[in-house]
Ligand binder design. Structure first.
Ligand SMILES: O=c1[nH]cnc2c1ncn2[C@@H]1O[C@H](COP(=O)(O)OP(=O)(O)O)[C@@H](O)[C@H]1O
Ligand SMILES: [Ca+2]
Length: 536
C-alpha cells in the first residue's frame, strides 16, 4: 500500500500529506520541479512526432493517388505484305507511352488474303484491290472504331511486283493503283502502297528479328555484368520468299559494294550491315529455273523431274514456264508452246545437281562472292532464317536447334524418295502445291545455304529457323512500320522514370523506414513518466 501511495505521490508531485516518506519524495519532487522544461520539451517532441507521422501517411496517400499509372493508351498500325505468292495483313499494337522502347510492338492479328499475290492480277488489275477488302474489314473488327482514323495503314509489295514491273511497268502501276484505291476507301489513315526494294526488304527483316529478339538494347540485369551473358550481338536475317531471297548481317569487314551496304544508328549504337536480295532466287522462281534446266529430260510429252516425289504428276507448258522474266533470258528449248506433264522421280542427287547448276560460283569480280558474281563478306554471327526457310524446315521436322547439316540432308533425301501417294496420305490437310514442292524446296534451301551463301557443317548451328518470335511473325513488315512511324530512335532515350509500381513500392518502403526511425528516436528520447516499482 505504501508502495502504491508513494508511486502516486511521485507521479503527481504535488504537496504530499504523507510525512513518513517525505525525504524520498522530496528528492524526486525536487528533480521534477528542478526540470519542468524537459517535460515541456517531451510534449513538444511527442506532438511533432505525431505530426511527422501524419505527414508521412499523407505523403504516401498523395503519392499513391497522384501517381496513378496513366490509363493505357494503345496505338495500332497495319501493314500489308503483298508477296509474290500471297498477301497477308498484319495488325500491330503498342502502348503509346512506351513506343520508343524495344520489343513493345506486338502483332495482334494476321489475315491471309484469299487467292494469289497481287501481281497475279496483271490481267485484271481491279481485282487486286478487291482481293484485299476482306482482310481490311477484318482489321476494322480488331481495332476499336474510335482509333480507325488515326491508325496508319501501309502496303509494301515485294519481288512478285518487281518482276511484274520488269515485264510491264504500266500494268504494275495499275495493280498498285487498284490496291491503293481499296486502302484509301478504308477508314484507316492510308500511308502509301509501293514496291519496296530488295535492299529495304533485307534491312527491315533484319530490324524486325533483332527488335523482337531484343538485341538492340542491353537488358539491365546483374547477369549482364558477366561477359558471357551480354546481349550485344545482333542476328543476321535470312528471308526466303517465292520470287526473291535476302541475306542481311552485321559485318566487321570492308563491304566492297555500296549497294550492299547499310549504316544504321539505333538506340545509340552504330551498325555496319551487309545486305543482298537475289531476285529470281525465291523458291518458286528457282523451281522454274530448275525445270528449265531439266527440260532436256522431256520425252514424248513427259518431263522426268528428280525434284518431285516418285509418282507425282503435274501438267504444265513451256509458255507457263517462260512467262517469268527470270527464265525468259534462258535459251528457249522451243518457241512453240508445248504442253507437257512433269513426272517425279525423287532422286535427291540428280535434283541437287540440277539445282546447283543455277548457281554460278565460278565468276567473282570481288575479293569474295556468294554466287552469280555478287560480293559477300565472310558470314558473321548467328542467323535467323524465316518465311519459306522456316515453313520447309518445319515441315521436314528439322527446324529445331539439334539438327545438324548432315541430319537435314538425310531428312530431305529420305523425304524426296517417298512415293507421292504415301506423302499425300500422311498429310491430307496440306495444300497440294506446298506438299508436292517440299522435296524441291528442301534441296534448294540446302544448296542456297551451302553452295550459295557458304554455310557448312560447323556454322550450320548458328542458324535458327524462326516462325514467330514472341507471337509476332518474323518478316520485313514490322521493321517497315517501326521505321515509318519513327519508333526506333537513333539515340538511346533517357532512362525511363520509375514505373508506377516501383515508385509506390519505394515510397512505402522509405515512409515505413522513416516512421520506424521516428519511433525509435521517440522511444529513445522518452523518459519514463513514472518510476518503476522496483525503485521504491
Ligand atoms: O505453309 C507453307 N508451306 C510451304 N511454303 C509456304 C507456306 N506458306 C507460304 N509458303 C511459301 O513461302 C513463300 C513466300 O513468298 P512470298 O509470297 O512472301 O514471296 P516474295 O517474298 O518473294 O515476294 C512462297 O514460296 C510460298 O509458296
Ligand atoms: Ca516475302
Amino acid at each position: 500500500m505504501a508502495g502504491l501511495a508513494t508511486l502516486h505521490v511521485v507521479c503527481l508531485p504535488k504537496k504530499t500529506e504523507r510525512h513518513h516518506t517525505y525525504n524520498l519524495i522530496a528528492t524526486e519532487y525536487s528533480k521534477a520541479i528542478a526540470k519542468p522544461k524537459k517535460t515541456w520539451k517531451r510534449k513538444v517532441l511527442c506532438i511533432l512526432g505525431v505530426f511527422f507521422a501524419l505527414a508521412i501517411v499523407a505523403l504516401i496517400i498523395t503519392a499513391v493517388m497522384q501517381n496513378k499509372p496513366l490509363p493505357k493508351n494503345i496505338k495500332y498500325g497495319i501493314v500489308l505484305d503483298a508477296g509474290s505468292s500471297h498477301t497477308s495483313l498484319y495488325v500491330y499494337n503498342w502502348p503509346a507511352e512506351k513506343e520508343n522502347d524495344t520489343g513493345v510492338v506486338k502483332q495482334v492479328e494476321e489475315c491471309k488474303v484469299e487467292g494469289n499475290g497481287i501481281s497475279h492480277y496483271f490481267q485484271e488489275p481491279v481485282k487486286a484491290g478487291l482481293s484485299i477488302d476482306a482482310c481490311v474489314t477484318r482489321a476494322q473488327q480488331v481495332i476499336p472504331a474510335n482509333q480507325h482514323k488515326e491508325t496508319p495503314i501501309y502496303l509494301g509489295a515485294t519481288a512478285g511486283m518487281r518482276l511484274l514491273r520488269l515485264n510491264n511497268h504500266t500494268v504494275a502501276d495499275e495493280v498498285l493503283s487498284s490496291v491503293e484505291n481499296s486502302l484509301r476507301s478504308s477508314p484507316f489513315d492510308f500511308q502509301g502502297a509501293r514496291i519496296i526494294t530488295g535492299q529495304e526488304e533485307g534491312a527491315y527483316g533484319w530490324i524486325t528479328i533483332n527488335y523482337l529478339l531484343k538485341n538492340f538494347v542491353e537488358e539491365s540485369s546483374v547477369l549482364n555484368l558477366l561477359p558471357s551473358f551480354r546481349k550485344t550481338e545482333t542476328s543476321g536475317a535470312l528471308d526466303l520468299g517465292g520470287a526473291s531471297t535476302q541475306i542481311t548481317f552485321v559485318s566487321d569487314e570492308d563491304i566492297e559494294t555500296q549497294e550492299n551496304t547499310l549504316h544504321f544508328r539505333l538506340y545509340g549504337k552504330s551498325y555496319n550491315v551487309y545486305t543482298h536480295s537475289y531476285l529470281c532466287y525465291g523458291k518458286d522462281q528457282a523451281l522454274r529455273l530448275q525445270l528449265v534446266k531439266n527440260i532436256v529430260n522431256t520425252r514424248n510429252g513427259t518431263m522426268w523431274d528428280p525434284c518431285f516425289n516418285p509418282g507425282y504428276r503435274r501438267n504444265t507448258s513451256t509458255s507457263e514456264l517462260y512467262s517469268s522474266p527470270c527464265v525468259s533470258q534462258h535459251t528457249r528449248f522451243t518457241t512453240t508452246p508445248v504442253n507437257f506433264e512433269i513426272k517425279g522421280t525423287g532422286d535427291y542427287q540428280l535434283c541437287k545437281a540440277n539445282i546447283q547448276s543455277i548457281f554460278n560460283v565460278s565468276y567473282c569480280p570481288y575479293s569474295q562472292c556468294s554466287f552469280n558474281g555478287i560480293f559477300q563478306p565472310v558470314l558473321q554471327g548467328k542467323f535467323g532464317a524465316f518465311s519459306a526457310f522456316y515453313f520447309v524446315m518445319d515441315f521436314l521436322k528439322v527446324a529445331h536447334e539439334k539438327a545438324t547439316l548432315e541430319d537435314v540432308k538425310e531428312r530431305v533425301q529420305s523425304h524426296c524418295s517417298r512415293p507421292w501417294d504415301q506423302v499425300k496420305a500422311d498429310f491430307p490437310k496440306i495444300k497440294t502445291k506446298y506438299l508436292s514442292e517440299y522435296c524441291f524446296s528442301g534441296v534448294y534451301i540446302l544448296s542456297l545455304l551451302e553452295l550459295g551463301y557458304g554455310f557448312n557443317a560447323d556454322n550450320w548451328k548458328e542458324i535458327s529457323f524462326l516462325g514467330k518470335i514472341s507471337g509476332s511473325d518474323a518478316g520485313w513488315t514490322l521493321g517497315y512500320m517501326l521505321n515509318l512511324t519513327n519508333m526506333i530512335p537513333a539515340e538511346l532515350p533517357p532512362s525511363p522514370p520509375l514505373s508506377h509500381g516501383v515508385y509506390v513500392g519505394l515510397m512505402v518502403f522509405f515512409s515505413v523506414l522513416l516512421l520506424f526511425i521516428v519511433l525509435i528516436c521517440w522511444l529513445g528520447f522518452r523518459k519514463p513518466r513514472c518510476l518503476q516499482k522496483g525503485i521504491i
